[in-house]
Design a protein around this ligand. Structure first.
Ligand code: PBG
Length: 300
């Protein structure tokens, strides 16, 4: 069996693809990595939340899934839209890395001082405004390496990033702070790698990939998180967050939404055993308890 793996070409995307590749090969498959640049990689001067079109990192890979040039596409689960087009499916989620956000810098930073932090995530911006209103924020896109270069050229004192990406790119020694998970609640999917297929994929390949790459516990959590995200109908320009963990058979889901200024936040916790029902219920409750109002304000 030879499995062609599609990926973006950033170093982090390549890490993810190689991670999946090594699992498939350990289980006896031959593989080939097919890298490609996507719109999301090329347009770097605009905040993601403003590019607007859905799937800026996924469209081109999906074309290749459909025409068979690749069998699977590897993504960060966080980058995936909550509802895929009819023809596609996420069949595996790898065991999750620590899901939180960290501060990366070349020197120790005093978070109570008026330092400048680079980020363009609407969620991180809102949490900074709420918990660190004196900190100055500057827009920062591009891959991890580019952002670190921009920081070193003086554009900011530090960068707010997902731990998972920093760790995978081996920048651990630049981590100067970990934001608590209950203060910077992670976005849906942060820290796990997912495998996307076209539904017409050969069943043997599909089963093989599932068996070698999927972590059942992470899968359950991601089902809940993604059901929540879908029901919230957010998109990456809306600071929606959601994080599920397992406690025995039970799923604990924490999620919500904040306005862009970080002055209004609806965060709630729910427990359940059916991931999809739990995620949907959580979204209904968050929307009913002020979330719908926040969404409306942001969209206006
Ligand atoms: N926003 C881009 C992005 N997409 C995935 C990761 C890495 C973390 C992950 O895979 O969850 C990052 C970088 C970041 O947010 O710091």
């Amino acid at each position: 069996m030879k499995i062609r793996i599609g990926t973006r070409v950033s170093l982090l995307a390549m890490w993810q693809a190689n991670y999946i590749k090594s699992r498939l090969e350990a289980a006896g498959a031959e593989t080939e990595i097919v890298g490609m640049e996507t719109k999301g990689d090329k347009v770097l001067d605009v905040a993601l939340s403003k590019i607007g079109s859905k799937g800026v990192f996924t469209e081109e890979l999906e074309e290749k899934l459909l025409n068979g040039e690749i069998h699977i596409a590897v993504h960060s689960a966080k980058d995936m839209q909550s509802s895929l087009a009819e023809d596609f499916e996420l069949i595996a989620f790898t065991e999750r890395e620590y899901p939180g956000d960290v501060l990366v810098a070349d020197r120790a930073l005093d978070l109570s001082a008026p330092i400048t932090i680079g980020t363009s995530s609407v969620r991180r911006i809102a949490f900074f405004k709420k918990h660190y209103p004196h900190i100055k924020l500057v827009n920062m896109r591009g891959n991890l390496q580019t952002r670190i270069q921009k920081m070193r050229s003086g554009q900011c004192d530090g960068l707010a990033l997902a731990y998972a990406g920093v760790h995978r790119m081996e920048y651990d020694e630049l981590i100067v702070h970990r934001f608590p998970l209950d203060q910077f609640i992670p976005p849906v999917g942060q820290g796990t790698v997912t495998v996307e297929i076209a539904k017409n994929l050969d069943e043997n390949i599909k089963t093989f990939v599932k068996n070698t790459c999927n972590d059942e516990n992470t899968y359950k959590c991601l089902q809940a998180e993604r059901a929540f995200l879908k029901e919230m109908n957010g998109g990456c320009s809306i600071p929606v967050f959601g994080h599920a963990t397992l406690e025995g058979e039970e799923i604990l889901f924490k999620g919500g939404i904040t306005n862009l200024e970080g002055t209004e936040e609806v965060s709630m916790e729910f427990r359940g055993t059916d991931p999809i029902l739990l995620g949907q219920h959580a979204a209904e409750q968050v929307l009913q308890n002020g979330g719908a109002e926040i969404l409306k304000q942001i969209r206006a």
